[in-house]
Each structure stands twice: as C-alpha cells, then as structure tokens.
Design a protein around this ligand. Structure first.
Ligand code: PLP
Length: 386
C-alpha cells in the first residue's frame, strides 16, 4: 500500500508550524532538565508541587516494588487490585470528602470511561468549548447528543439545557489546562441543580495544587459531593506520580465498576505507583508551603510579564500562558528560549483554538524567584526583539 499521502499530510503540518516532535530527556523530572547534555531550566512541567522525584515518594515506590513487584498482572476486576490500590482509594475518598474513590490507569481513560458509562444515545452532554481533549472524546464516544457552550458562558449553557431531553451531564475542566483560569464551578453547580443535570469536573490541574489543603477546585469553591457529584482528579501532575481517580457517591462508583469500559478492560496501575501516590498525598496535605510558593511565583511572573507588555491569559494559577497567536512564531520563540536555557513549550492548534498559539509557562514549587526573573529577562530579549 502506498502511504505517500501520509507524507503530504506531514509536510502540510510542518508548513503550518504544527509539526510535533519529542525532546529526549536524560534526567528525572525537576526544575533542571538535562537535554542534549545541557542543563535547562524547566518551565513546562505539570509537576507543580515538585513531587515527581521527591525522595519520600521515590522511597515509597522502591519499598513497594519489594513487596508487590512491578506489574499488576491484570485488570482490577480480575486479580490486579492490591491492598495498596485499595488503601489509596480510601485515602482519596477521605481527602476529597467523597463517599468513595475509584482508581483509573490514566486521566484520559477515566474521562472516557465515566462519560460513556453514564450516558447513552437518548442523553445529552454539555461541554465547555475549552475542555480538555479527553473530555471531548468521552462525550463523543458516549453517543449522547454533544453540545458545546462558549467558555464559561452560563446563559448559553442554560439555554441549551432548557432544550435538552434525557439525562443531562455538564462536564468541565476545573482549572483550564491551556489557559490556567478556573471554571465558574459555583455557578455551574447552581445551573446543574436548576436543570436537574449532573455535574462532572476534571480537576487535573487543580488537585493538590489549589485550595488551602490542596483539595483542588471543589475546595476552592467549597462544593460538596451533592453539588459536584462527579469529581475526577489526576495523579500524574500535582501529585507527581501517575494515574487518576474518580470520586463520588457509592452509587456512582459501583456503576463505574460495572460499566466503565476503560476501567474494566485495562491493566491496573502498578501497586508501587499507588504506594508512591500515598506518600505524595501525605506531602500534599502537610506541606502547604508548596502551594503558597507556587502562588507567589505565578504572581511574580504575571506582574513582570504585564510590565513587559506581554499578553497573558486571565490566570491566577500556576499555568501562566503568554499569548503569541501565530503557530510558527510560537515555535520559533520556544526554540530561542531553549537556546537561552529555558524549556517552555509552544502550544498550538488543535490543542488551543486557531490563531491562539501560546507559550505555556508553568511553575513548580521548586523554582526560585531568581529563575522567574531570569525567564522574564529572556522573554524580554527574545520576544521583544523578534
Ligand atoms: C492531563 C489531563 C488529562 C489526562 O490525564 P492523564 O492522567 O495524563 O491521562 C485529563 N484532563 C485534563 C484537563 C488534563 O490536563
């Protein structure tokens, strides 16, 4: 079979500045990465709290490998569900103030599994236009009527809910992954109640990172299980490990165990990952300084960037994207920053809307203020000269 059209497609992507390629990293995740033998300051990781290579998390992982080995052997429902997984689920339920929590192997799979388990063809799903790809894919795969509303637009959402039949599920990012702003979750909870709809929040970028105790977007707004019945969080970002969970009522969790295909038909995460995550959770709870520091760094950057006249998004989180617009220009700027010793990734369509390519700057609790200033200096030199 001739696959020459694939080459044409790739060429077209390259011409539009949309070609994607990987950087090969030779060091653990952290604020300094080793890339091609050079030490680079990392400003694009989602390891917000600096836990991916924390000695206690690493130690918990190693100790658990001695107990459980590496592979989990099968799906949770066959023989892959260990004491470690079970304990983590109970601790996550406790931490989030929900009845129960259920581990998934990735956040992508959790989102697909949950939406498709809850909805069928006669139902409707309502999604914020800037939702993460996994939420959009979950909505499409569920077969439900698929409705998108403008970013945070409550009146548009209400109007769409008014016209819907069947079961209704509103789905939103908690902290928007490529913009850094918060969903109006308090208003969404009220709207959901008024329309007898379920509300699901994906808190991949808030869990562990926002809220006084790290409880994420639901803690930030003080919303209970009754108000936000489906809470999804990931463990590969703020928690520094891997995997994801869904928390909610007994009824929800039992339904997912019976019906979420991405739960049933996949291998459980390694038990050692669960044990490492239990160690992360302890740090998340105890070390509030990590969240405070992150906030300070983001504010310092946002202030400095505004003084330079850079266009920031309306973000108060550890995600502080600098809007560039043109994809190729964003890629070029990212290359220039790398030459100057800073890793900042260019985010382009279709991850973000057309014409809104950006440099997605993220912070870690392990960054120093001086590094933020150095990044600002580099941005000033590179952005304002190019
Ligand atoms: C990263 C991310 C996911 C996917 O989680 P993984 O565990 O990496 O698969 C889902 N939703 C959002 C908003 C994310 O940013």
């Amino acid at each position: 079979m001739a696959l020459s059209h694939l080459a044409d497609n790739l060429e077209a992507l390259a011409e539009q500045g949309l070609y994607r390629s990987r950087r090969v990293i030779a060091s653990p995740q952290g604020i300094k990465l080793n890339i091609d033998g050079k030490s680079i300051v990392n400003f694009c990781s989602n390891d917000y709290l600096g836990l991916a290579n924390h000695p206690k998390v690493v130690q918990a992982f190693k100790a658990a490998v001695d107990v459980y080995g590496v592979g989990s052997g099968s799906a949770h429902l066959i023989c892959g569900h260990s004491i470690a997984h079970h304990a983590l689920e109970e601790e996550l339920a406790d931490f989030t103030g929900r009845d129960r929590a259920l581990l998934f192997s990735t956040g992508y799979m959790a989102n697909i599994g949950v939406i498709a388990a809850l909805l069928g063809r006669s139902d409707s799903v309502f999604e914020d236009r800037l939702n993460h790809a996994s939420l959009l894919d979950g909505g499409l795969m569920s077969g439900a009527r698929f409705k998108r509303y403008g970013h945070g637009n409550m009146s548009e959402l209400s109007a769409k809910l008014d016209n819907a039949t069947g079961n209704k599920l509103i789905v939103t990012d908690g902290v928007f992954s490529m913009d850094g702003d918060f969903a109006p979750l308090d208003k969404l909870a009220v709207t959901a109640k008024q329309h007898d709809a379920w509300l699901m929040v994906d808190d991949a970028h808030g869990f562990g990172v926002i809220g006084e105790h790290g409880g994420g977007i639901v803690e930030h707004y003080g919303l209970s299980q009754d108000e936000v019945p489906i809470l999804m969080g990931t463990l590969g970002k703020g928690f520094g490990t891997f995997g994801a969970f869904v928390a909610g009522s007994e009824l929800l969790i039992e339904t997912l165990i019976q019906k979420a295909r991405t739960y049933i038909y996949t291998t459980a995460l390694p038990a050692a990952v669960a044990e490492a995550t239990r160690a992360s959770l302890k740090i998340v709870i105890a070390e509030t300084w990590r969240r405070d520091k992150l906030q300070k760094l983001a504010e310092r950057f946002s202030l400095g960037a505004a003084q330079l006249g850079l266009t920031l998004m309306h973000s108060v989180s550890a995600i502080q994207p600098v809007l560039i617009g043109d994809s190729q220009r964003a890629v070029n700027l990212s290359h220039e920053l790398l030459k100057a010793g800073f890793l900042v990734s260019a985010i382009r369509p279709p991850t973000v809307p057309q014409g809104s390519a950006r440099l997605r700057v993220t912070f870690s609790a392990l960054h120093e203020e001086q590094q933020v200033d150095q990044l600002l200096d580099a941005l000033e030199k590179i952005l304002l000269s190019a």
